[in-house]
Structure formats: C-alpha cells, structure tokens
Design a protein around this ligand. Sequence first.
Ligand code: ADP
Ligand code: MG
Length: 702
Amino acid sequence: MATGSSSLVQLPVGFGGTDAPVAWPVPASVPRPARLGASVQTLGRVGPALERRLARVGVATVGDLLWQGPRRYEAPVATKRVCDLFGDEEAVIEVSVRSVTSRRRGRLQILTAKVSDETGTINATWFNQPWLEKRLTAGTPLRLRGRANRYGFAVSSYDLDGDAETAAFAPVYPATEDLAQKRLRELRTQVLDEVRGVGEPVPAEVRAREDLPLRADALAVVHRPRDLREAEVGRLRLAFDELLVLQLALARTSATRERSVAEPLPPPGELIERYRDALPFTLTADQEKAIADLDRDLASSLPMQRLLQGDVGAGKTVVALYGLLRGVEAGRQGALMAPTETLAEQHFLTIEDLCAGLGVRVSLLTSSLRAREHAAVRQLIASGDSQLVVGTHALIQKEVDFRDLAVAVVDEQHRFGVGQRSALVEGRSPHVLHMTATPIPRTLALTLFGDLEVSELASLPASRKPIVTRWIPEERASEAYTRLTRLLHDGGQAYVVCPLIEQSETSRARAAEHEAERLRAHELAEFRVGCLHGRLRTQERRELMARFKAGELDVLVATTVIEVGVDVPNATVMIVQEADRFGLAQLHQLRGRVGRGAEQSYCLLVSRPREELTESALERLDAMVATTDGFELAERDLEIRGEGQVAGARQSGLSDLRFVRLRHDRELLERARDAARALHGEGLLGDEVDRLLGDAEHLGES
Ligand code: ADP
Ligand code: MG
C-alpha cells in the first residue's frame, strides 16, 4: 500500500510536520462536472446495445440519467403465498425455480418459469428478456413482483441474488419493453455520485428566502428518496430552477421585442370581404373574437406576438389565413411555417385552393424542391410575386429573402416565441401568430409565456358528434376490419394508419405500400384503396387527396403524414395500427382527421397484446378511450410522457420542463417569477438561459 502506484493517497511516513505536502491528495468526492457530458458508454457495463435503448428514452449522457427524474414512485406491496394470490392484485411472491422454457411469438420472446413455494406452483412469465433464461436454473430462489392472470404470473420486477427491488419503495423511470426498470435503477445508482458536478447557479440569498435545498442534493433525493415527501421537496427545487430559467429567458426576449418595430397595417378592406364571402360557413364566435384580436394587434407598431390555441378541428386555419391575407391586402407578404415539410405541403394544398379563388399567388418552398425550382421560388419571394409563402420554419431563418414580409404564422411551434429572434429582429419585424393544438390553460399560458397574448378557440364549429374510440388488441384486429367494412358499405370513407416505425421516410413509405397491398388482397378486397406517404411527390399526393375527397377512393392507407391538415368530412372511420407506439398528442391529432362532418365517427386503436405493452402505453390508450378533450389529454400527456417516445413522435410542447407539474405548481410559478424579477442580472443562470434559447432556435429549424 505504501508504495502502491495505483493509489493517489500517499500515507504519511515519519513524524508529522507543519510543511504542506507538495500536492494535496484528490478526495474521492471531488466534483467532476465534465463527467456529466460524457456518453453513457463511458459507464461500466454499458455497451452499444444499451446505449441505443437508452437513446430511445432520451438518455445519451451521464447527465441525462440524472436529469431524467422518475415518472413516479412505486409503493411497496404485500408478500403473498402462491395459494393466496387472488384476482389481478399486485403482489410479491417468494419462490424457487422448478424449470424454465422459452418460445417466440412474432417479435415477442416469452420466457416462462415454473416456480413454487411451499403452498403451490405457478407459471411466471417475462417478455423479451432472453438473457434471464440461463440464470434461472432449477432451485434458484426468486422474489417476483407482478400480477396473477389467467396464464400465470406476469412479472413486472424481480429480485435475484439478494437485490431488493421488488417490494421496496422505489423510483419508476421511463422504460421501454427492452429496457428493464431494474437496469434503469442500477444505472442511477452507478452515476449518483456525479450529482456533485451539477453546480449551484441559484444565489444563496434566493435559496434561503425560498427555503430550497441545494441543487445537487435535490437531484440526488429525487432518485433516492426515503419517502414521497422527500422526493417532492427535491422535485420542487428542480422545478423552481426550470421556471426561473424560463422566466429569465422570457425577460430577455421581451426586452428584444420591445426594441423592435413593425409597420401597422391599414384596416381590413375588399380582399378580406371577398375572403369572408368565399368561406362556406359562418365563423364561430370564438373565431370572430380571435380575428378582432388580430385586427387590434396588426394596427399597432409593436410586432404582434399572439398565440392562437384551439383543439384539433377547432378551425385555426381560417383565422391564420385571415391574418396572412391582411398582410397581402396591404400590398405586402404573408408566410406560413409548419414544423415539417410534409405538414407544410398539406397546409399549402388547403390554402392554395382558397387563394386561387381570391386571385392571391401562393408558393410552396421546401427543401425537396430541385435546386433550380428552389431558386425560382426564392426569386418569386424576393420580387414579391409570391404574396403568400408556405414552408418550414427554415423559411424565416435561412437564406430566404422576402420583399416585404408583413405577417408570419408559425404552426405547432411549441416554443411560443421563446427564441424566434434572429430572423425577426433585423430591421422591421413581421407580426407573428403562433398556432398550437396543445392547449394550456389560458392563465397559465399567460404566466408561462409572458410575452405572448393568447386567443382561444374554445368550442368546435357546428355541433359535431364526439368521436367514438375503441381499443382493440391485435388478436382481435379482425373485429376492427369487420366494423370498418360495415361502415364503408354504408357509404363512409376511412383511414388506416400504419405503424410508426423508427426508420427513414422511404422505408415507412415502403411499409405503407406493402400494407395497402395486403389490405387490397384481404380485408378490403371489395373496396378502392389508396396509399398516402411522405415519398409521394406533391402533385401525386394532391391527386390522391383529390380522389379521396371526391369519393373515388374508399380507404386511404397512410403513414403519419395525415396527422394534420387533412380534411375530408366524409371520412368517418380511422384504424390506427400498433397504436401503442404513438404518443398521446399524436394519437389525438390523428383522431382529429375524422369527426369533421355531421356523421358519427369512429376511431379504432389496434394495439399489440396487452401483456406486451409498457405501463405508459396502457395509460395512453386508456386516456384516448376515456376522452376526446384535447385539454384533458394534454394534461395526461404531461403526466405520462417521456416513455417510449419513438423517433418521429412529436415533442410535447413543454419539453424543457422536466420536473414541473403544471397543474400542481402554479404557486411555484408565481414564486419563480417574483424571484426572476428580484434577481440582479442572470448571473450563473445566464448559461442556462442561453441553452434554453439556443435549443429553441435549433428546434425551430427542424
Ligand atoms: P384546426 O384548428 O385543427 O387547424 P381546421 O382549421 O383544419 O382546424 O378546421 C377544421 C375543419 O373545420 C375544416 O374542415 C374547416 O373548413 C372547418 N371549419 C372551420 N371553421 C368552421 C366554422 N366556423 N364552421 C364550420 N366549419 C368550420
Ligand atoms: Mg390545423
């Protein structure tokens, strides 16, 4: 030990003295902030496979493991004897292994162990954990937590080799089917020491006044609380930080905004009158109110920053187009930005129809245009020949040079103005309208996004019937198609949405084509089936939609490209395949494609077998069946989000707020706002504000 070159700590030799040593030994507990940014692969026992799985729940670095808090905490459950298991109540059993078998069913690997205690024997099942088989040799003692069902005992967690995960009070992290809770907890234990690296950006004075623990302590305690109360104290501190940073970011952007000016627009005139006449319906009271709000904003020299929120189908597009046409009418330009290219195309198709009748020239600018066409469209925009332009967010942030942009509409931007700066502050700023279907309570929106004013479309147009939603497990999928066939015979039309696979647009397109072929050959042999996906050219897609609208097709098999913008009132049925893979917001958007006419509509969610589903997938499907109210779903989403967010699923709007519980934390929000006002400058929090605003810009470019 005395000569051990592996040890940093040199034991003193000889008599002690007053001279300091040449170098102080580094204590084992020294903070190493750089470790937080290191990939999870730098951890012991984490290889490329686990890294990929972690990436799917949003964990790439050591820091991510810490900053992703538990979704909830699991309460202990009673230990039972096998003979006492009753119903599907959650229980722990202490058993030993008799024998093990495994088999495959499709993608599913099922491991079954016959286990027993002195009172009885039961078959315990695990899914997709093949490595477990060789550890479950006959005689191995086990503790299992789970529920009895008609096949045996479905294991949710287990203890092997003396761990105590099953019965204890424990955190539950966002997981997927191939990423076990147990592993996620182990990883947290592995990295918990690194909380010392997170620093303490909030001044001691604020911490003392607000009675907050240190950030590092708070972070540690949300992962390892003794009880729920402790966990909540930790969470509140972390939520406070998030809200504080958000408030500082807002203060920064609104200071920028107050320095910029917009050109006031003259009052509505003849073009707007023709637009109103061209609409095949009368506007709802909420729409009129939103339009009046716009008129007021557009008459001001302070650039408009308004949030238009309304559930799917509430009729936001009509209001947005009103705003854009106000700009066009003034001899200037309007731009509509969507979060993806496909959505931009959908918007273009809707808007171009209306504008053609009004004599307004509309262009679509996407990066899938060939270079020559792209340049040509840019030229039209620069010369002002294009009065209205539809594209992605890149439209106002990249090389595009408008002759005179007056009004910009940003669809589903989710960032509500935090960080839409760079493009908007050069010289004159356009008036900006943000649209979202992710509803937040109005007062909360005002407080959270203090620099935005809010217009709300609270009620849906006409008296639409609520959509009937059913959840059908895969093994009974034929029921969904039986029902579909009946409704098609009655003259309805339908969508079939293909599973969300994590791959390129091209392979998604191929899968959709394949599924359409299969349906044409089997379930839907007597109907006319079209196939819509992101690899079709705009022209092809437009023709396909036109044929569907005209009733020349009965069924549209589609990828999620139909998520927004598609509007065919006669379509009354939607089947979503593998609905468990979709996020809640996305399912709600998809469902919004039906129920647009006066007829009763249906949404049939087909999922993989129940026992294969993760907890949050079950919760999402339950929520979809329980309500069609977008507001309620948005709140549920905030509660259960985080898990299994496969690529392509859109981010929930408030993704920067990981620890905030909007429904519970109103008071905390007030406190954070007051604290932000009382701070002298951003101090150490400035970096975090930069990051928030920087990220926002980055996302805006997607
Ligand atoms: P979202 O808010 O989801 O963007 P849309 O703007 O796409 O909703 O509108 C949904 C449907 O409702 C469209 O078919 C639109 O033409 C129709 N719509 C909009 N406003 C009204 C209204 N006042 N009365 C009847 N139908 C309307
Ligand atoms: Mg819309």
